[in-house]
Design a protein around this ligand. Structure first.
Ligand code: YH5
Length: 355
């Protein structure tokens, strides 16, 4: 059947008891092991420049005899093991902690360190199961930060977080920072270059037993928003993440320790970001947990009004819920308390309050 590669986008989602009942009756299939189920799927055959789309119901899929389809179905429906010790059956919040001079008014390293430790503790108390500590701004237009500067920013914060109930994630592209972070207790390496900026990150993650987040980006932070182009953004991002997952597995980072992220805002126009958001469920075909970070990014303001990052919160909450509704397991957010409230209300309305 397949001409070229086969991609699979689950659609028609059911939640909670309705999902369980439909799976039981063979009318739906579990998305990444549940508790969301999908009742149909778009099969995409081809590549980024030439592809064909066909819609199948979950029932009709059972009559398709194709080994590529069998393999992708297995990846899409298989339960995801715990990631960095966290169960993924409910949305997990990753709270963002920036340890960069521009996020605090008066500079001084002591204030910066204390401020970041306090902020991380507040995020954990508000419902963040992961706190992501970053000492290099990778926003559009940012310059790279020297290794020693980045180490000086993040290591005291990581040390101050020893004993925190949250899983600690280090947002870095540098192996020396990843190594120091692992030593200070970080369990996740969140790398916006998917371990390509500094290839030694791969060895550090494998040796230290870190879980990793592999994020897609086109270009370098400084220039990535100048003229990003794709033939088909979702298929190209999918292929890239798939190849990075395979590279990590080959380097000894177990599949259970890998999460994938389409990298909203990283070398993407508004249209690219919206395509990715609308097609997030495709990425379950990677067979690993998914992470999405839309929080306060420029494209949120590009839709509503929102010039100031803080005024982008309502749109950020909507994006987080839209991602969770497609089964994205981990959401990277600034406003943990607000996101937690929004997701809990969404969950209770869609799943009922029993589980
Ligand atoms: C991400 O998506 N993003 S740093 C520009 C903004 C606001 C926020 C005001 N690290 C991600 O958060 N790691 C960053 O406009 C990330 N996924 C993962 N895994 C950029 C950021 C931001 C940029």
């Amino acid at each position: 059947m397949a001409e070229g590669k086969l991609y699979f986008r689950p659609i028609g989602f059911l939640y909670g008891p309705a999902a369980d009942a439909a799976v039981e009756d063979g009318l739906a299939l579990p998305l990444a092991g549940g508790p969301i189920a999908f009742t149909a799927a778009v099969l995409i055959e081809g590549n980024a420049t030439n592809s064909r789309r066909r819609l199948f119901t979950a029932q009709a899929l059972r009559n398709v005899r194709d080994s590529d389809l069998g393999a992708v179905l297995k990846r899409v429906t298989a339960p995801r093991p715990a990631y960095a010790g966290l169960s993924l059956t409910r949305p997990v919040l990753m709270g963002i902690v920036n340890v960069t001079p521009d996020s605090f008014s008066d500079g001084g390293l002591y204030d910066e360190t204390e401020g970041a430790i306090t902020h991380a503790a507040e995020l954990a108390a508000a419902g963040a199961q992961i706190v992501d500590i970053g000492g290099e701004s990778t926003r559009p237009g940012s310059d790279a930060v020297e290794r020693d500067e980045e180490l000086a920013r993040v290591v005291p914060v990581l040390e101050g977080l020893a004993g925190s109930p949250a899983v600690i994630s280090i947002d870095t592209r540098k192996s020396e920072v990843a190594k120091a972070a692992a030593k200070a207790g970080a369990k996740i390496l969140n790398d916006v270059s998917a371990l390509t900026y500094d290839p030694a990150c791969m060895t550090v993650a494998a040796k230290a037993g870190l879980a990793v987040v592999l994020m897609h980006a086109q270009g370098e932070p400084k220039t990535m928003q100048e003229n990003p182009t794709y033939d088909d953004v979702t298929l190209e991002v999918f292929d890239y993440l798939e190849s990075r997952i395979e590279a990590c597995v080959a380097a000894g980072i177990g599949r259970a320790r890998i999460a994938a992220d389409p990298g909203l805002g990283f070398g993407k126009t508004l249209a690219h970001n919206l395509s990715l958001l609308a097609n997030l469920s495709l990425f379950h075909g990677l067979g690993v947990p998914l992470l999405v970070g839309a929080s306060r990014k420029r494209f949120i303001g590009g839709l509503g009004q929102g010039k100031e990052p803080r005024s982008r919160e309502p749109g950020s909450h909507a994006a987080a819920i839209a991602a969770a509704a497609q089964g994205v397991q981990i959401l990277r957010v600034h406003d943990v308390a607000g996101s937690h409230q929004g997701l809990e209300v969404w969950r209770a309305s869609m799943f009922g309050t029993e589980n």
